[in-house]
Design a protein around this ligand. Structure first.
Ligand SMILES: Cc1ncc(C[n+]2csc(CCOP(=O)(O)OP(=O)(O)O)c2C)c(N)n1
Length: 319
């Protein structure tokens, strides 16, 4: 499929899952809007956080695209458990719910009515991820554990890529902040890998988040320091966010497979720690460098590796 067709397919899919997530949160009847919406169609007590749902759906769709293109096992962990209506919407769309619950949730309008009416209702479906939801290993009700659960999932599971969505609010919890460092413990030769995605929508409930108030430059340095190769996708950018995300996911996937292939062929892998993006940004004039060590000489060699431009770096001291 050419890129424009992919973008339009992803947009339609995300619109459908956004619709299903909204209906679960707000509507107790008339969930397919067959008649004009009335006040009496709205649930008396609303549960589930709408604000995080479009981000969950957007990432779900983009992971699906990678799975279709590469036929590789992916796991999607959703830190914002309060966005479960979005997860449930995708489980419906892909047919997992009708597969496991053919009687209660058929792949039809009856199934849609069932998930909407029973979302967060007594004897219905819980408001957060739960053991009955196919494929879930993280509840997400207590924020802080998404990234460490993802790292745990890839140990001794060399083919698995665990993509994990982390809210900028969850990022401020102690457990989450500490689990970034697990990247030092996982080997690209024997273990799978984690692809963390931080959803910076700027708020933790109604309060501003630290990351939501940081510039791209500050975010870049934060994650580089933690040993990650940051890629920023921004809806304020002129380029369509779907096109940006497709490029970001392709680039992350290419980096992951390149590092894993080299490690599994016995190469000693030096962690990139953001150097790749740093040098690209340097070339594009996006950053300036001030070298504190007067005698430090940095040489950059460009090598074409698979579909990405890999840069190897040598730093030598002149005596
Ligand atoms: C440890 C913990 N503290 C507080 C909460 C209450 N809580 C539920 S959602 C939420 C905000 C989460 O913000 P963020 O992770 O940025 O997600 P998003 O903005 O995408 O909803 C909070 C504080 C919780 N679930 N767990």
């Amino acid at each position: 499929m050419v890129q424009s067709q992919q973008v339009s397919a992803l947009k339609k899919y995300v619109r459908a899952t956004n619709f299903l997530a909204t209906s679960q949160i707000y509507l107790k009847q008339n969930v397919l809007h067959k008649a004009p919406l009335k006040h009496s169609d709205i649930k008396p007590r609303l549960l589930g956080h709408w604000g995080t749902c479009p981000g969950i759906n957007f990432v779900y769709a983009n992971i699906n695209r990678l799975i279709v293109n590469h036929k590789r096992p992916f796991l999607y962990l959703v830190g914002p458990g309060h966005g479960f209506p979005a997860v449930q919407a995708n489980l419906f769309m892909e047919g997992s719910l009708s597969h496991f619950y053919p009687e209660n949730i058929p792949y039809s309008e009856t199934g849609i009515e069932d998930i909407c009416k029973k979302f967060s209702a007594a004897y219905g479906y819980p408001s957060h991820a739960n053991p009955e939801a196919p494929g879930q290993i993280l509840e997400g009700g207590e924020l802080g554990y998404s990234l460490s659960v993802a790292w745990g999932a890839v140990l001794d599971n060399p083919d698995l890529i665990a993509t994990v969505l982390i809210g900028d609010g969850e990022s401020e919890t102690g457990p989450l902040a500490a689990s970034w460092y697990a990247n030092r413990l996982v080997s690209p030769a024997n273990n799978g890998t984690v692809l963390p995605i931080v959803h910076i929508n700027g708020y933790k409930i109604s309060g501003p988040t630290r990351m939501g108030r940081m510039s791209h430059e500050e975010l870049f340095h934060e994650f580089t320091g933690l040993g990650y190769e940051p890629i920023i996708v921004d809806d304020q950018d002129e380029q369509d966010i779907y096109e940006q995300m497709i490029a970001a996911m392709d680039r992350a996937y290419a980096l992951i497979t390149d590092i894993q292939t080299r490690a599994r062929n016995g190469e000693d892998i030096v962690k990139l720690n953001g150097l790749l993006s740093y040098l690209e940004r340097l070339k594009a004039g996006l950053v300036s460098v001030s070298l504190r060590a007067k005698n430090l000489k940095v040489t950059v060699n460009h090598t074409k590796l698979s579909s990405i431009n890999a840069l190897t770096i040598q730093a030598t001291y002149k005596h």
